[in-house]
Design a protein around this ligand. Sequence first.
Ligand code: SAM
Ligand code: DTB
Ligand code: SF4
Length: 330
Amino acid sequence: MNTPALVARPASRPQPPVHPAPVWTVDAVLALFELPLPDLLFQAQASLRAHFDPNAVQRSTLLSIKTGNCSEDCGYCSQSKRHQTGLESQRLLSTEEVLAAAKAAKEQGAGRFCMGAAWRGPKEKDMAAVNEMVRAVKALGLETCVTLGILKDGQAEQLKEAGLDYYNHNLDTAPEYYGDVVTTHTYQDRLDTLHGVREAGLKVCSGGIVGMGETRQHRAGLIAKLASLDPPPESVPINNLVPIPGTPLAGSNPVDIFEFVRTIAAARITMPHSYVRLSAGREQMSEAEQALCFLAGANSMFYGDQLLTTSNPGVERDNALFEKLGLHGV
Ligand code: SAM
Ligand code: DTB
Ligand code: SF4
């Protein structure tokens, strides 16, 4: 019998997995939405279990580092200066203020700290302060994420250099519905920023909002667009619209919970390697509704009592929910 010779392998660095994006058409995603709910949930669970620990939930804590007085007219947003929402504006926080919040988030168990600014995009003079915040938060051993709006050439590279892990920039809805929600920038502006973020070597966090008066076709269009980014975003936040009095979308009909769950499941199935985040809107959901979202493949959430300008279930409530469901946070 021949004994196989032991061959020394050349030392090689582990390579990041390459997941070429299959092209998801809107019709193919619509077909998922139209499945009977048990079939859809079964597919979503199978996909989750093939790639992730199905009982682990990634937890990110949000902080608004610059609040309100935004030039843009996004119809859902409390922070646009064009909407009378009564929100109090707040200049850019200091690094010390940000660091105190990040330390508290870490102590509570968050794995990632996300800093959001109500800007169309950062001015060059803002970048030094934001870079300093990223460096300081990263040094705590937390993953870092920022959402600053549309980036100009070179800004994503600066953030990468400062130690940023993720850039959040949502497509928010289907391309053909975006103009009904926002008129001060375009869908193409959003895609261009996502492209620049990728080119700079950052991880992408991009998702959208459900419940803005869009149709099922639009929801499928959003998911198809996200899934067809090459590669797809590593993190996909699915927000349920938080209606803000004074915004144009305040009176939107709330979307049926099963339709929201279907959107999560469609994201899970079409982006099997991504974290799908059950994002804004949990405050308005029952525990059973949130549990359905986890069954549909959500494996990430915002953790902490505050989103950007609205509230989120506090850590005690979330810890109790995890205990009841047998989930663990990461
Ligand atoms: N100004 C930056 C931008 O627009 O990209 C970053 C902050 S912006 C508030 C980040 C995201 O929060 C939006 O793209 C949207 O998906 C989400 N969002 C804002 N207001 C919301 C609301 N009322 N309900 C649900 N999601 C909301
Ligand atoms: C995302 O998709 N949702 C977060 C985060 N990315 C920046 C923001 C939710 C905001 C909800 C409304 C508010 O608190 O102002
Ligand atoms: Fe400004 Fe962002 Fe709100 Fe739009 S979503 S108004 S860009 S803060």
